[in-house]
Design a protein around this ligand. Sequence first.
Ligand SMILES: C[S@@+](CC[C@H](N)C(=O)[O-])C[C@H]1O[C@@H](n2cnc3c(N)ncnc32)[C@H](O)[C@@H]1O
Length: 265
Amino acid sequence: MNELDALGTEINNLRKKQDEPIRVSGYFDNEPGEENLRSQINEALRIYGFTPEAVSLIEWRRLGDVDWLYNWKQHWKPTETGRFIVSPTWETPEDSGKIIVYIDPNMAFGTGTHETTRLCLLAIEANYQNGMTLLDVGTGTGILAIGARKFADDKTPRFAGCDTDENSIVIAGENAELNGIGNIEFYAGSIDETTANADFVLANLTIDVITPLLPLLLGKFNKVLILSGILQEQESVIVEELQKFGIENAEINHSGEWISVTINK
Ligand SMILES: C[S@@+](CC[C@H](N)C(=O)[O-])C[C@H]1O[C@@H](n2cnc3c(N)ncnc32)[C@H](O)[C@@H]1O
C-alpha cells in the first residue's frame, strides 16, 4: 500500500472515531507552511464528512534521514484479487495461471491493495467483454486500464486513461511499458464533452468528484459504467443521484466500508 492508498484507509478508519480527538502523522521533505497544511487537511477531511475546521492543533519536529521508500517497499506484497495478482516490480509472484499486473506506483494511487481498486478489478473480470473500448477516468498508476488490457484476449480496441494529476499520467505510461503494453492512450486532464466515449468506463474517484461528473460519465459509456471510491454510507446518495437520470437497476458491490456501482446499458 503506498502513501496515498494508506492515507485513504487511515482517514476512513478515523471517521469511525469522530467523537475522540484524532492524531494523524505525516512526513515531509521540507517544512510545510502551517496554514497551508491546515487548509489542505481540512479540505481533504471535509470530503470524508468532517466539519470544515476539523484540524485543531498542528505540531511538528525534525527527524533524521530514513529511507522511507525502502521501508514502505518491505511491506507491500503481491495482492490477489479474483483472476488478478497485482505485484510490485521488485517481487516475482509464483506462476499460478493468474493475470499478473506489475506496478511501480511511485507517488500515484493504485497498488491493488485498496478496496476501491479491488472492487474495480472484480468488476472488470465480471463485466468486460472482448472488443469493448475502455476509458479509465482517474487512472492513477494505470492499474485498471493495464489490468483490463491484460485480461482481454483482443488487445486492439482503443483504451484510454486520464488523470488530473500529470505525474500519474507519466507513471501510468511507465507501468504500461513495464507490462509490455504500448497501446493505452494516457492523457492529463479529465473528461469533457469532446473526450471520446467508450463501451466500458471506469471511474474510481470520490463521491464529490463523481456527482458533478455523472452527466458526462453517463453520456460517455456505451455498455458498462463502473463507479468506485464510494463509502458504504454514501450508497443512498449515489442511488438517488442515479435515479435522477432514470437509472434504477445499478448493481452495488461491497468491500469493507466501500462500495462500487455497476451500470449496464
Ligand atoms: C482513487 S484514485 C484511483 C486510481 C486507480 N484508478 C485505482 O483504481 O487504483 C483517483 C484518481 O483520480 C484522479 N482524479 C481526481 N479527480 C479527477 C477528475 N476530475 N478527473 C480525472 N481524474 C481525477 C486522482 O488524481 C487520482 O489519481
